[in-house]
Design a protein around this ligand. Structure first.
Ligand code: NIG
Ligand code: FE
Length: 415
């Protein structure tokens, strides 16, 4: 077979593929298989013995039985921020609750202060370090939220940093406006006025910079009615805009079902989601994104309703929620481990949650999250004896190499 497009082919030969496709074996596992990329796209996958003969500009990669999966996708992060909250964590260990710290003007608001004071370059430098850690662990797509500005200029500054990350790193970046993350101090006692400002000032100015709009719907943040107003205003400005919501993290305000009914792509956290709500998510095709890092770090005890989500057939994604307060996490694979050990997911469900369902939570499932012809050639190669090994390790990085759109962008020293 000759390549007429001029795009270079790479033949990955002798690998165990984890395609993560539905209806295949668990993990979409194909032993003794091959995968061919052409330029930025996967051209062919199948059993080694059926590999077509190629000529022209072809590079061969020998797998020697190693595992190859789609690049991982972190579908919920807040990794652009200023400052540090380790001292607050110490307070929490001494018995002060997350809500109490938030009420005292700490928590999200202390990061808001530091983020407002930081320059765009400073934010880019610190976010770059965090992004690099994720990329070395096989992440090829990441969502980044604003939400530590809470005024037009700082929200815009954060989104510019997210755009710079996309321009400087070999990674897909989905950008989300989270202006409704907390009530800024200048609107104290006037939440509805701040929602007006989001709808009339921030959304019109910033919606062109983002893929999605998010809100924190909780007793310490905004209520479902306010969420509905923000979502309606966003959809009026751009009917295609994606909707996402932080809901039912500390209590059940009914935010998840309202978000699903408005067409939200995902609802995130959801520890307090009810079984009835699960059926509503399933009906609307909304992804349930579990954030075990926040659950662990806040020492929560209410677990997300995993059995009810399964029974209802709700797709489950897993994400880092990387942020300076509730989830100071720099490892997506650790989240898979925690999703299994803390929430009772199977390793396969956890890996699906970092790939196929994470892509779905970002509306990217036709381009990434599985291995199939026509999908982006975003690949990770692993030093693991079994697919469950991806979720089993704690503090290991078994990633040997990463390809983004057909180009190798990371190789571990020992590979
Ligand atoms: O997803 N739940 C609300 N927002 C973040 C917390 C951010 C922070 O603590 O700074 C979250 O956990
Ligand atoms: Fe979050």
């Amino acid at each position: 077979m000759t390549d007429e497009s001029g795009a270079k082919r790479i033949i990955f030969r002798g690998y165990q593929l984890l395609t993560l496709q539905v209806d295949h074996q668990p993990y979409g596992w194909l032993a003794d298989a091959a995968l061919v990329t052409r330029g930025p796209i996967i051209e062919w996958i199948g059993p080694q013995r059926e590999l077509p003969a190629y000529d022209g500009d072809v590079q061969i990669q020998e797998g020697h039985g190693r595992f190859l999966s789609p690049g991982l996708i972190d579908c919920h992060t807040h990794l652009v921020y200023g400052g540090d909250r380790s001292a607050e964590w110490e307070q929490r260990l001494n018995g002060v609750s997350y809500e109490e710290i938030a009420r005292r003007g700490g928590g999200i608001l202390s990061t808001v202060k530091a983020t407002r004071e930081a320059s765009e370059d400073e934010l880019f430098a610190s976010a770059s370090q965090r992004v690099s850690a994720f990329l070395k662990q096989g992440v090829t797509a990441i969502e980044i939220k604003s939400g530590y500005g809470l005024n037009l200029d700082t929200e815009r500054k954060m989104l510019r940093v997210a755009r710079r990350i996309e321009q400087h790193f070999p990674v897909h970046v989905s950008k989300t406006l989270l202006a409704a993350h907390a009530l800024p101090p200048e609107y104290n006692g006037r939440a509805d006025d701040y929602i007006d400002h989001i709808c009339e000032g921030m959304l019109p100015a910033l919606i062109g910079m983002v893929d999605a709009v998010d809100i924190f719907c909780e007793s310490i943040a905004f209520n479902p009615q306010q969420m509905q107003r923000v979502f309606a205003a966003a959809r009026q400005l751009n009917p295609q805009i994606q909707l996402k919501a932080h809901v039912e993290q500390l209590s059940n305000l009914g935010g998840a079902r309202r978000a699903a009914q408005m067409g939200a792509l995902s609802v995130d956290h959801i520890e307090y989601l009810s079984a009835t709500d699960c059926a509503i998510l399933a009906e609307h095709g909304t992804v349930a994104t579990l954030l075990p890092g926040a659950f662990y770090n806040l020492k929560e005890t209410q677990k997300p309703p995993v059995d009810a989500l399964r029974q209802a057939g709700v797709p489950i994604a897993i994400s880092s929620d990387a942020n300076p307060g509730s989830s100071p996490v720099a490892s997506l694979l650790l989240m898979a481990n925690m999703a299994c050990n803390l929430f009772g997911l199977t390793p396969e469900e956890a890996i699906v949650g970092l790939t196929r369902n994470a892509a779905r939570a970002l509306g990217l499932d036709s381009a990434m999250g599985t291995l199939a012809p026509g999908m982006q050639a975003n690949l990770a190669i692993w030093d693991i004896p079994h697919p469950a090994g991806l979720a089993h390790g704690i503090g290991h990085n078994p990633c040997l190499a990463v390809y983004y759109q057909g180009k190798r962008i990371h190789q571990a020293d020992e590979a």
